[in-house]
Structures are given as structure tokens and as C-alpha cells.
Design a protein around this ligand. Structure first.
Ligand SMILES: [Zn+2]
Ligand SMILES: [Zn+2]
Length: 282
């Protein structure tokens, strides 16, 4: 009896946590855009002009200045574009029937699949939304639906990372990590200056510059780790969910004296090509 109460409590807490994650999505997006926007403003008003010095007399400094400017604008456009696309692209649902309870007594498509689950030969269905579950699909308990090639639910994009937006998500992380390290590389002098009391010639207040630099270093390191982890998963043809399932399958196979082979693994290069949808069609 106590275990039932405990189980119900855990399930209610889990549901409440998922509802909170869903509700705070727009706040996280506003926070992410605000922080990236702050760092971008600091970069173009303080870091860039202090690193790329314009000199009328030298052609090379001018070329260097323009190359730096083109690279900087390109990075900012890529960061915001991929972030926007990761947020706005639907990760890929199974069937567009919704999961709300209908008021009428008519059986829904879920009811039909629930009945069919009784028959063992029927294709796999999701035990939570009672809809067909294609290979590599997984149920997101925050969005309360199955998502194709589900990786995880990311509160920072208020969206699942799945089949259709995984590429945007990864490229957003890649550009942001490069941007953070670049910021730290060319912005350490203004940062040190912002900590002092004198020699400040910029209109941007010192605390914003210090905060942006610290954010760039912290996010660059944290996201750099996560980004590397995702590249590892992609070159080994696994989603985050599959990684844990594959670990289990590998251990089980080893105990039987067998070797587990991931059926989606085509080799690092082809896995990468398939993920980025380049090269020959597979
Ligand atoms: Zn489901
Ligand atoms: Zn989700």
C-alpha cells in the first residue's frame, strides 16, 4: 500500500515538474536571447573596436578589420538563425491527432490502438499516448507526445530535440561555443580593464563587459562539453535515449558472450553525412 502511495506521489511530482518545464519555456527563451543579445552588444561596442584597430594608413589593418567584421557578423547571424530554427521547427510527431481527452463518447484513434495493443502481433505502440511508435521514436513526458528520433526535451529552446530540429540544435551549439571562445580570446583585455577603476573609454558600463566575458567563458566550457558529447553520439549513430538503451543492450549481450551491434551505425563519416543530410542518399 505504501509503495502505491509513494508511486503516486512520484508520478504526481513528475507531472508537476513537467508542467513547470513546459510553462517556463518562454522565460528560458527570453533569457537566452537576452544574454546572447547582451554579449553581442558588448562585443560590437567594446571588444571588437578594442581588438580590431582601424588605421587609415595601412591597407592590411583595413583588410584585417573587414575580415574580422565579416566573421563576427556571420557568427552572430548563424547563432540567432540556428537558435530560431531549433525553437520553431517541429521535432517530428507521430500522428497529428492530439492527446487531449475528447468530450464525446466516440472512440478516439488512441482507444482503437489501445484495443489493438492486446494483440501481440500488432506493431509497437506507445504505452503512454497509445499511438503507433516508429523506430527510434520516444515519448516526451513534457510535451506528452511521441517524437521521431527523440533526443531530449530542451527547456532552453522550449522544444524537443528530435528528427527535424536536431541539426539546428547542434549547429546552434557549435556556433555559440565558437562564438564564446572567440569572445574570450579577443575580449580578455577589456575584461581586465573592466575590473579596475581607471582607463575606461567606452560608453558601455564596466559590469556588462565583465558579466559578458564571464558568461562567454562559463557557457563556452559547459556547452563545449555538451556539444562534444552530441558529436560523439552523432558519429556513433545514437540519440541520448538510445545511448543508455545501447549501454544496457551491450552489457546484456556481453553477459551472453555476444557482441551488440548498433543497427543504425554506418561508420563515423556516413553517420555524420546522414545527420547533416549531405552526400549520397542512403
Ligand atoms: Zn507516446
Ligand atoms: Zn518535449
Amino acid at each position: 500500500m505504501y509503495s502505491n502511495i509513494w508511486r503516486n506521489f512520484i508520478s504526481a511530482a513528475d507531472k508537476a515538474a513537467n508542467t513547470v518545464i513546459l510553462a517556463v519555456g518562454p522565460v528560458f527563451i527570453a533569457l537566452a536571447v537576452g544574454l546572447i543579445g547582451l554579449a553581442t552588444t558588448v562585443y560590437f561596442t567594446v571588444v571588437f573596436p578594442s581588438f580590431y584597430v582601424w588605421d587609415e594608413d595601412y591597407i592590411w589593418t583595413k583588410i584585417y578589420y573587414y575580415l574580422g567584421l565579416i566573421f563576427s557578423i556571420y557568427m552572430v547571424v548563424c547563432i540567432f538563425f540556428h537558435y530560431y530554427m531549433a525553437v520553431r521547427t517541429k521535432p517530428g510527431g507521430v500522428l497529428n491527432v492530439g492527446t487531449e481527452q475528447s468530450d464525446s463518447n466516440d472512440p478516439t484513434i488512441q482507444d482503437l490502438f489501445l484495443e489493438l495493443e492486446e494483440y501481440q502481433e500488432y506493431p509497437k505502440t506507445c504505452k503512454k499516448c497509445h499511438l503507433p511508435k516508429p523506430e527510434r521514436a520516444h515519448h516526451c513526458s513534457v510535451c506528452r507526445r511521441c517524437v521521431l528520433k527523440f533526443d531530449h526535451h530542451c527547456p532552453w529552446i522550449a522544444n524537443c530535440v528530435g528528427h527535424f530540429n536536431h541539426r539546428y540544435f547542434l549547429l546552434f551549439m557549435t556556433y555559440l561555443v565558437i562564438g564564446c571562445f572567440y569572445f574570450a580570446l579577443v575580449g580578455w583585455k577589456p575584461f581586465l580593464l573592466s575590473l579596475g577603476e581607471t582607463g575606461w573609454e567606452w560608453s558601455m558600463p564596466r559590469p556588462y563587459v565583465a558579466l559578458s566575458f564571464l558568461l562567454a567563458v562559463a557557457i563556452g566550457l559547459a556547452l563545449g562539453g555538451m556539444c562534444s558529447w552530441h558529436y560523439y553520439l552523432i558519429i556513433t549513430a545514437q540519440t541520448t535515449v538510445e545511448f543508455y538503451n545501447n549501454q544496457y543492450a551491450r552489457r546484456t549481450a556481453k553477459a551472453k558472450g555476444e557482441v551488440y551491434v548498433n543497427p543504425y551505425d554506418l561508420g563515423p563519416v556516413l553517420n555524420l553525412c546522414q545527420f547533416f543530410n549531405v552526400g549520397r542518399n542512403l
